[in-house]
Design a protein around this ligand. Structure first.
Ligand code: E4P
Length: 219
């Protein structure tokens, strides 16, 4: 399972990228709105992409097909490597089909069921983003939606890549990997939580203390 960071915070993204573990970044209008409003969004997105080097999703905000295609065109002029992130609405599906026919990568977002993911795949989506945390928020099993989607993909040999999104904790991350998601897009905080283990810290502490003891005994 590849790892993307779900963020628009350059400092966090740069730190996660420096670990050498990232294959991409996903952003959305809400993540961008959390950043300093004086920042130039285009410059920020290009810097984000430069820091990670792989996939960067940029979301359109139009709700009609022509508007989405116009935005995609505009984004690709200043950011040719962008993956165009499109919401799962009927107008979005038509836009995905048109972009896909031109071999422009798309990420269909705001998917909550395997049915929606399957329909997005049939529109030619390069990536399908399933939001599991938001399902858990309304007392619905988000991981199960990812499991269902992965099972259908396996059965039918579908090509779109499944992104497990709206990940809220390390257990989500683990369960999505077990389900067979191709990619998990993870908030920086959850990424750090996934790396943390008290036995790793205690073990390193003991190794360093013992090494020091050995040096002291030799001198
Ligand atoms: C994915 O592409 C979205 O940006 C993201 O995962 C949404 O997560 P949230 O539910 O924590 O806002």
């Amino acid at each position: 399972m590849q790892l993307y960071v779900d963020s628009a915070n350059l400092k966090d993204i740069k730190h996660a990228a420096s670990l050498g573990i990232l294959s991409g970044v996903t952003t959305n209008p809400s993540l961008l709105a959390k950043e300093d409003p004086t920042l130039d969004i285009k410059k920020l997105l290009l810097e984000i992409h430069e820091s990670v080097g792989g996939h960067t999703s940029v979301e359109v905000v139009s709700t009609d097909t022509d508007g989405m295609l116009r935005e995609a065109d505009e984004i690709l002029q200043w950011f040719p490597e962008a993956t165009i992130k499109i919401p799962f609405i009927p107008a979005g599906l038509s836009a995905v089909r048109k972009l896909s026919d031109q071999e422009i990568p798309t990420n269909v977002t705001l998917l909550f069921t395997a049915n929606q993911a399957l329909i997005a795949a049939n529109a030619g989506a390069t990536y399908v983003s399933l939001f599991l945390g938001r399902l858990d928020d309304i007392s619905t099993d988000g991981v199960q939606a990812v499991r269902d989607t992965c099972e259908i993909w396996e059965m039918h040999g579908l090509e779109s890549l499944i992104i497990a999104a709206s990940i809220r904790n390390p257990l989500h991350f683990l369960e999505c990997a077990k389900a067979g998601a191709h990619i998990a897009t993870v908030p920086y905080k959850v990424l750090m939580q996934c790396m943390n283990h008290p036995l790793t810290d205690a073990g390193l502490d003991a190794f360093l203390k013992d090494h020091q003891k050995m040096l002291t005994a030799k001198s």
